[in-house]
Each structure stands twice: as C-alpha cells, then as structure tokens.
Design a protein around this ligand. Structure first.
Ligand SMILES: Cc1cc2nc3c(=O)[nH]c(=O)nc-3n(C[C@H](O)[C@H](O)[C@H](O)COP(=O)(O)O)c2cc1C
Ligand code: SF4
Ligand code: SF4
Length: 252
C-alpha cells in the first residue's frame, strides 16, 4: 500500500476534537503532521497526493464561527480529506454537513466523515471521552477510509444535517472567574483562543470570550473557575439530562 501523507487540522480548545482527528491521522500514517488552528489562523495549500483530517467541535449544532474564520487560509487542490466534528453527547445537528460543505468550497474532497463524542465543555458529561474504545473505533474507521482512498473511489459520503444550517456556532454565555489562587503565570492569557483575557490574567473581554473553558481546564493551580450557584445548578441539570452515552457515527 502506498504511504499516506496525512495532516490533522483542528480547532480544539479542550482537546477532544484534537484527540479524535489525531487517532484517525495516526492510523493513516505514524508520521502525520498537526496543524493547530485553536489560537491562530494558518495559510496552507495541500496537494492531490495528501490527506487532511479536519476536526472541529460542535457549538450550538454548528462549527464555531471562529473555527470557520481560522480555516479560511487553507486551500486544497482536489485534496482528499476526512471531516470530523466532536460533540458533547447532545447532538451535532448541522455541524458535520457544514464542515463538509466548507472544505469542499476550499478545494478538498471529503471521502469519509465522522461525528465523534467528546466530553462536554460544561458539567460532567462523558468525562474522559474520547476514551480508548473511541480511539480504537476511530482507527478502524481510518482503515476503511484508507481503503477507499487507495481504491480511488472518492465520492462524498452523505451526512446528516440540513441546509440552511440552524442558527448556532456562537460561544456560550459563561465568563470564567479567577480566584486568589492565581499565580499570574499568564498561561491562560497566552492560551485563550480569542485573546479575550487581559494581561492582568483576570479581566475577560465579554465580546471576545466564547466560553470554551480552555482557561479553566489548563490553569495549573485551579484558579480559573466557573464556581457560581447559577452555573453549578445548570451543570447539574445538564449533566443529568445528557447522562446516557451516545456512540460515534461514521460515514463512508
Ligand atoms: C459554546 C458551546 C456550545 C456547545 N454546543 C454543543 C452542542 O450543540 N451539542 C453538543 O453535543 N455539544 C456541544 N458543546 C460541547 C462541545 O461540542 C464538546 O465539549 C466538544 O468535545 C468540545 O471540543 P474541543 O474539546 O475540541 O474543544 C458545546 C460547547 C460549547 C463550549
Ligand atoms: S493560568 Fe491560572 S494561575 Fe496562570 S494566570 Fe491564568 S488563572 Fe492565573
Ligand atoms: S477567556 Fe473565554 S475564550 Fe478565553 S479561554 Fe477562557 S473561556 Fe475560552
């Protein structure tokens, strides 16, 4: 079998989308590259002999608007690709169709698609996913996609979703707090996907923040938090509502 030149391209504030696309890209080629659009856009052109694995999270049933913007500088030349969205066990609605449409507009040909389940940003929903079992499923899917690639049968798989897409893709309304435990290391400032945190490490620009909670997940001392009675009540209710495990869906 011809070796595959694979690149994982992702926007992934809390790393679940990244885990899925990398599991797929790794199964295509041990030496895959990563192009991380989480904190900045990139310009890149891909050829017909390469394979790109795209990954984006689902925000309100769509891919995040900021992710669309970050992808604008990517160009394919009839480049085969695999499109994936990762969602927090509620629904992916129109997000997979949207991503598939978007990459086609930019010169890529989706040969396979997947809606993957990841830990939800909010509450305690499917904590730890994608887990080992998910990643084994991703690898098996990648093997099937590789067969399709080698066979040269590049028809675009049908994916669920509707056009026009539903309203969505916006950030959430929660704005993280900073406790006195903060050591002003600046990690959250540097890692914020939308540069919403001021240099004081505390002030958050309401108009920029998308409530992705990357700053909370990555804070080394647990100072960034969303510990309010309103959020805690919402998180408890939401976690109960979405507690039943959903499975990944693969489209070839
Ligand atoms: C603003 C916002 C909206 C979200 N909307 C949805 C949704 O519509 N459906 C769903 O199942 N999960 C939703 N989620 C959960 C994420 O899709 C899920 O946690 C995903 O794994 C995050 O990806 P990442 O780790 O790559 O950032 C949302 C998360 C955020 C922050
Ligand atoms: S990552 Fe945590 S400790 Fe570091 S500046 Fe941000 S809130 Fe403070
Ligand atoms: S400030 Fe908002 S956008 Fe920035 S990392 Fe935190 S939650 Fe995400």
């Amino acid at each position: 079998m011809e070796s595959i030149n694979a690149t994982a391209v992702f926007f992934s504030p809390t790393d679940t989308s990244r885990t899925g696309v990398c599991a797929i890209a790794r199964a295509l080629s041990d030496e895959f590259s990563e192009l991380d659009l989480t904190c900045a856009p990139a310009q890149a052109t891909f050829g017909e002999k390469e394979v790109v694995v795209f990954g984006a999270p689902v925000y309100g049933g769509r891919i995040p608007a900021v992710c669309r913007e970050r992808m604008a500088g990517l160009k394919g030349n009839n480049t085969p690709c695999i499109v994936t969205v990762t969602y927090g066990n509620r629904d992916f609605d129109d997000a997979l169709l949207e991503l598939s449409d978007l990459v086609q507009e930019q010169g890529f040909v989706p040969v396979a698609a997947a809606a993957l389940v990841g830990q939800h940003t909010y509450g305690t929903i499917q904590v730890g996913r994608p887990d080992e079992n998910d990643q084994a499923q991703d690898a098996a899917f990648a093997a099937q996609a590789a067969e399709k690639l080698q066979a040269g049968t590049w028809q675009v798989p049908a994916t669920p979703g509707n056009r026009p897409y539903k309203d969505g893709g916006k950030g959430g309304n929660f704005r993280p707090l900073t406790s006195d435990a903060c050591v002003s290391c600046g990690l959250c400032v540097r890692g914020c996907p939308t540069q919403a945190i001021a240099d004081d490490c505390r002030t958050i620009d309401d108009s920029k923040c998308i409530a992705c909670f990357r700053c909370i997940r990555r804070c080394p001392v647990g100072a960034k938090n969303m510990d309010t009675p309103e959020y805690n009540a919402f998180a408890a209710m939401f976690s109960e509502r979405l507690k039943d495990r959903k499975e990944n869906q693969y489209f070839l």
